[in-house]
Design a protein around this ligand. Structure first.
Ligand code: NAD
Length: 468
């Protein structure tokens, strides 16, 4: 079985230990990834610290390197995307979009014009707010969009002058190993390192004395551990965590149109998206029509191996997640919910689950209150809009939320009342390199993307030169 290699301080490395990577379409292992040793983690950190000394000095050189890195990744889309589909399960065309997204984010941060912040420049003094790189960044990524979400860290961190040690999820290490190898064609040794391993390796990174910043994307429970570990030596943290995004349909919406849009917003990447729609509130008058439109989509979408061209939804990415979705759906059904579509795993190898639309599940059911992160969507009828808004907000999550309406100004008025880092009207998860993205409440700390994401990888220094 092929073993893929880590890049540490510019060198390709294996390890005495390795772990199997499973193809979720078969449930079988198909390759191996190195289990980084403590010494290799130390080497990666030391290499990054050494590279930081020169990398931080020349912004123009960094912009040029990021441009070349974007070009290198754009030229390697098919190879990296194939690995991504094999280990993650998503359809190949979506995997290719994800790799192209990496190129887009690198290009965006290469081109970003960072305005100087001069507060005073007169006869008395020159005063400027200077944005300084923080140092070595520990970047820890999840399995749902392993490449894109890593690039949200790598691109701004490197542009700001930091160096990076990346750890992908143990479920999806291969595409990240390939991506980092390609990016390193354009970067000096030590600027971007990758180590692979399990959750303990992530914990070792957050406890390591070298990094001065941890940029983490993953679950709320792991995010809290990262925050606690980082507090020990006051590392800076950005946390992009889980969501339980509500979508509220208003009574003037067209159910057929909205049903199709909501299906896409809930089931893209098989529902394994932090900002997927995870619960839908519909006025009683539209409930049956919206459910009918969602069911039509669920029953016609092609579920299969991501390498098959016809596939629109792949498998659930890993066994524990498959078990979790199964448990949440079973729990809802046994407490009175109805599966208007799907409702169970598909009878075939791999982690396939029928796209599921649940009715008659209400707040208080686990699948409504918790993040399901899979292909199952509860639809909840409401009578009173204010009550629906209150229920949408009655949670510790606060990532995204959307409102669906024909009168978009009325939709906006509702969106402004939703406690979420992003509030959309007639769209959901509309993300771009220049738009800030982050969570309120337990969904995160800090934001990524745009100039705000860049600033998250800097410390502020006040420089005050008295002239007299
Ligand atoms: P996870 O928290 O299990 O793992 C994420 C990463 O953290 C992995 O690399 C893992 O090995 C590592 N890790 C685990 N425990 C750690 C610890 N104690 N210290 C340091 N690192 C540790 O999450 P997952 O299952 O890979 O991803 C799914 C979750 O991520 C969902 O909750 C989803 O909503 C969330 N997510 C959030 C965003 C966002 O931008 N807000 C984006 C994608 C996914």
């Amino acid at each position: 079985m092929t073993e893929h290699l880590m890049t540490i301080n510019g060198e390709q490395q294996s390890s005495p230990d390795s772990f199997a990577v499973i193809n979720p379409s078969t449930g079988e292992p198909f390759a191996r990834a190195p289990e980084a040793t403590a010494a290799q983690l130390d080497d990666a950190m030391a290499g990054a610290a050494q590279a930081f000394r020169s990398w931080k000095r020349d912004d123009d050189a960094r912009r040029e390197a990021l441009r070349l890195a974007a070009k290198a990744v754009n030229e390697s889309v098919p190879q990296i995307a194939t690995l991504l589909t094999q280990e993650q399960g998503k359809p190949l065309n979506e995997a290719m979009f994800e790799v192209m997204g990496v190129g887009m984010w690198l290009q965006y941060y290469a081109d970003l014009e960072v305005e100087r912040e001069i507060l005073q420049d007169d006869d008395a003094a020159f005063v400027e707010v200077v944005r300084r790189p923080i140092g070595v960044v520990a970047a820890i990524a999840p399995w749902n969009f392993p490449l894109l979400l890593s690039s949200w860290k790598i691109a701004p961190a490197l542009r700001a002058g930091n160096t990076v040690v990346l750890k992908p999820s143990p479920y999806t290490p291969l595409s990240s190993l390939a991506m980092v190898e390609v990016l390193n064609q354009a970067l000096p040794p030590g600027v971007l390192n990758i180590v692979t391993g399990g959750d303990a390796l992530g914990a070792a990174m957050t406890a390591h004395p070298t990094p001065r910043k941890v940029s983490f994307t993953g679950s709320i429970s792991a995010g809290k551990k990262v925050a606690i570990a980082s507090a020990a030596d006051l590392k800076r943290v950005t946390l992009e965590l889980g969501g339980n995004d509500p979508a509220i349909v208003l009574d003037d919406a067209d159910p057929a149109v909205v049903g199709k849009q909501l299906f896409d917003a809930a089931f893209t990447n098989n529902g394994q998206t932090c900002v997927a729609v995870k619960r839908v509130y519909v006025p009683e008058s539209l409930h049956d029509a919206v459910v009918e439109a969602l069911v039509a989509e669920a029953n016609s979408v092609v579920v299969g191996d991501g390498m098959d061209e016809a596939t629109k939804l792949g498998p659930i990415q890993n066994r524990p997640q498959f078990d979790r979705v199964t448990r949440l759906v079973d729990g809802a059904l046994s407490s009175g919910a109805r599966a208007a579509a799907g409702g169970a795993a598909l009878d075939r190898p791999g982690y396939f689950f029928a796209p599921t639309i649940l009715t008659d599940a209400s707040d208080g059911t686990e699948i409504v209150d918790e993040e399901q992160f899979g292909p199952a969507l509860p639809v909840i009828a409401y009578r009173d809009l204010d009550d629906a808004i209150e229920r949408a907000n009655a949670t510790t999550f606060g990532l995204g939320a959307s409102v669906w309406a024909t009168d978009t100004e009325r939709g906006e008025a509702v969106a402004r009342q939703l406690d979420a880092g992003s509030a959309w009207v007639n769209t959901h998860a509309a993300l771009a390199p220049n738009l800030p993205f982050g969570g309120l409440k337990w969904s995160g700390v800090g934001v990524e993307n745009g100039p705000w994401g860049y600033k998250g990888f800097t410390d502020m220094q006040l420089l005050n030169r008295r002239k007299k």
